[in-house]
Ligand binder design. Structure first.
Ligand code: RTP
Ligand code: MG
Length: 147
C-alpha cells in the first residue's frame, strides 16, 4: 500500500490546527502509520527542501520550517500521495480549491500550514528524513474493507 509523508508546519501548530488537519485524513479513510512532534533541525530542513536550494525563497523557507515545532506523520492508503495533495490544495491559498486545507485555513503562500510529499520518490526520502523504519507501525483496521 502507498505511503506519504505529511507534516503540519510551524504555523499550523501555532494556530492549533493539528487536530483539524489530522481529523481530515482520518475521516477520509487513510491509515496513520507514524507520528512525531518535533523541532526540525537545520540538517533535516536542508534535506527536506533540497530541491529549492538557490531559489529566492529558500533561506526564508529554511528559517520558517525550523522556527517552531511541527507534527510529522506517515499515512498509508490507496493513491494517498495524490489524494492528500488534493486535500491540501495548491501552494498559494488563493489558487487552492475551496474545501482544501490551504483554501480553508491559509492566507499566505509562506504560511500554508501543511506539507505533503509530491511523488513516491519524495515520500520515501522524506519518511526516511524523519522516521526510523521501526517507527512505522504495521496494523489492521477492520473498517478498511469498506473504504
Ligand atoms: P510543500 O513542499 O511545503 O508541501 O509545498 P508545495 O509542494 O505546495 O510547494 P513547493 O513548490 O514544494 O514549495 C515549498 C514551499 O516553498 C514556499 N514557496 N514560496 N514563489 C514563492 O514565493 C514560493 N514558492 C514556494 C511555499 O511555502 C511552499 O510551501
Ligand atoms: Mg513541495
Amino acid at each position: 500500500m502507498e505511503k506519504t509523508f505529511l507534516m503540519v508546519k510551524p504555523d499550523g501548530v501555532q494556530r492549533g490546527l493539528i487536530g483539524e488537519i489530522v481529523s481530515r485524513f482520518e475521516r477520509k479513510g487513510f491509515r496513520l502509520v507514524a507520528a512525531k512532534f518535533l523541532q526540525v533541525s537545520q540538517t533535516q530542513a536542508e534535506a527536506h527542501y533540497a530541491e529549492h536550494l538557490g531559489k529566492p525563497f529558500y533561506d526564508n523557507l529554511i528559517r520558517f520550517i525550523t522556527s517552531g515545532p511541527v507534527f510529522a506523520m506517515v499515512w498509508e492508503g490507496e493513491r494517498v500521495i495524490a489524494q492528500s495533495r488534493a486535500m491540501i490544495g495548491k501552494t498559494d491559498s488563493l489558487e487552492a480549491a475551496p474545501g482544501t486545507i490551504r483554501s480553508d485555513f491559509a492566507v499566505h503562500t509562506n504560511f500554508n500550514l501543511i506539507h505533503g510529499s509530491d511523488s513516491p520518490e519524495s515520500a520515501e526520502r522524506e519518511i526516511a528524513n524523519y522516521f526510523k523504519p521501526e517507527e512505522l507501525v504495521v496494523y489492521k483496521k477492520l473498517i478498511e474493507q469498506w473504504i
